[in-house]
Design a protein around this ligand. Sequence first.
Ligand SMILES: [Zn+2]
Length: 80
Amino acid sequence: MLNKEGLILELEFYDRGNRYDVNVSNHVNLICRKCGKIGDFMETAPFSSQMIEEQTGFRPEGMRFEYYGFYKKCRRRKKQ
Ligand SMILES: [Zn+2]
């Protein structure tokens, strides 16, 4: 059930035009498990593509950070 919801959210996310290969700007997505709102938290990712390539040989072309939770209005009486 939860997995299904997660999948739907992900598809909606792609519909918005955010894709792995386009997402050059580092930011964190804040995804509400209740209303499905996806917010942006504009902070730089904790490590660079260059650092990853130097250490692993893998060259990332995009990245996505996601936090799942609840916005304030969706958090009422919800025990986390
Ligand atoms: Zn919400």
